[in-house]
Ligand binder design. Structure first.
Ligand SMILES: Cc1cc2nc3c(=O)[nH]c(=O)nc-3n(C[C@H](O)[C@H](O)[C@H](O)COP(=O)(O)OP(=O)(O)OC[C@H]3O[C@@H](n4cnc5c(N)ncnc54)[C@H](O)[C@@H]3O)c2cc1C
Length: 383
């Protein structure tokens, strides 16, 4: 289905606005926040003021109701300024999406108006120390007790951990039913029995406040169930998976394009023995490889997003493909960018070093590349 020219114009306008915000408000803070591992509160406030958290929320709930390709375009622009902020924004957006599509009216009324202005921040918590990328292997339990669930267990590596106000948590409500026994609970930061571990000292994406979460007889009101009991995977499938992987792929594209821009500028400005290094074929080959890599990942992401928007039941598979391709490409492109900058690129004062470290995490988060390759191959083989 072709987009109407109005829709295309609207996407271009939104993208232009976000690009300006990223350049003027996010990029100047990104390196310092990376060094100190500071959560980018100021950047999140700016996104809230610009109304960006409502981008993928339908108009009925105060959002803009945009499609995945616009979401991907926005996340790309954010990531060019600060990949950590783009990841925090992606996590927040998909939690709001889950509340929109499967939360009760009371939860929508309570959370969406605040989340759409970033006055309340959301995060999702699926991964556990012993589950890896396999959400079906989680062990955190939630047992119904009158009007509450009592939650016990832990979650690991949660973006915005300890900073977010509300967490979409995958729990096991029926141990006998395998993946049919999983449910999604919305758990508030100050829920009794919830505590947080230290901020992980990561190689990249250092401003995202990755923390462990501990649930010790954590009492959660039963009305905080998102979707029905046993529908946890479906809820995640329509939010964290069905939208989040497009955000994750877009972060990779944004990081790669930022690295390319810096490499091109450097190749024109760096003069050795009277010759800009960009006049050498060896450097040109690297630049052309970087350009084709980032542009083909962007085009592939756009194509995958368009297919998912046209048939949402295919969103997971197309999202896996886009994220796999874009994250592997971002790693290659940022690596080459360091090569183009030579020793300068290896120093912390030059942004490509941060982009490379950020890109390294992008083949790991959501689902690792190994899992994604298997998912894609299994779909092709009909397994
Ligand atoms: C920056 C970042 C942000 C994150 N944010 C969040 C978040 O907000 N919420 C959340 O829930 N989680 C989050 N995670 C966790 C993320 O989902 C996991 O790190 C990821 O799923 C991999 O799990 P693991 O780290 O335990 O690796 P492991 O599962 O220990 O994997 C180690 C290696 O073994 C491979 N491997 C494992 N099992 C298989 C298999 N069956 N077949 C083939 N290869 C296999 C993996 O591909 C990998 O190479 C985040 C992670 C990162 C890095």
């Amino acid at each position: 289905m072709e987009k109407s020219s109005n829709a295309i114009e609207q996407q271009m306008e939104i993208r232009e606005l976000v690009s300006q915000i990223a350049k003027e408000r996010l990029a100047p803070l990104a390196s310092e926040n990376d060094r100190s591992g500071t959560f980018p509160e100021e950047a999140i406030r700016v996104l809230g003021e610009a109304g960006l958290p409502g981008l993928i929320i339908s108009e009925a709930y105060g959002g803009v109701g945009e499609v995945r390709s616009t979401f991907a375009a926005v996340v790309q622009e954010l990531a060019k300024g600060c990949a950590s902020t783009a990841l925090i924004y992606t996590s927040h957006s998909v939690v709001a999406k889950a509340i929109e599509i499967a939360g009760s009216d009371a939860l929508r009324e309570k959370w969406l108006p605040e989340m759409l202005r970033c006055r309340a921040l959301g995060a999702f918590a699926v991964h556990e120390r012993d589950s890896g990328s396999n959400s079906g292997a989680i062990a955190t339990k939630a047992v119904r007790n009158g009007g509450s669930y009592i939650v016990n267990g832990s979650k690991f590596f949660i973006t915005s951990g300890g900073e977010a106000d509300v967490y979409l948590v995958l729990v096991r409500t029926d141990p006998a039913k395998g993946s049919q026994g999983l449910s999604a609970l919305l758990i508030e930061k100050n829920a009794p029995g919830l505590s947080f571990g230290r901020v992980e000292d990561k190689m990249g994406l250092r401003s995202t406040s990755s923390r462990e979460m501990f649930f010790s007889d954590c009492r959660v009101p039963a009305e905080n169930l998102i979707g029905a009991e046993g529908e946890g995977q479906q809820v995640l499938g329509k939010s964290v998976v069905g939208w989040g992987f497009y955000g994750a792929a877009a972060i990779s594209v944004g990081v790669a394009k930022a690295a390319l821009e810096i490499a091109v500028r450097h190749a024109k400005e760096r003069v050795i023995a009277g010759q800009p290094i960009g006049t050498h074929h060896a450097v040109q080959f690297m630049i052309s490889k970087m350009m084709l890599g980032s542009e083909s990942a962007e085009a592939y992401l756009e194509a995958c997003a368009a297919k998912a928007d046209a048939s949402p039941e295919s969103a997971a598979l197309h999202g896996f493909k886009a994220k796999l391709f874009a994250s592997e490409m971002a790693l290659e492109v940022t690596d080459k960018a360091i090569q183009v900058l030579g020793g300068h690129g290896y120093c912390r004062d030059y942004v490509v070093e941060r982009l490379f470290r950020d890109a390294r995490g992008l083949t790991l988060h959501f689902k690792t590349s190994e899992w994604l390759r298997q998912d894609v191959a299994r779909a092709a083989l009909g397994l």
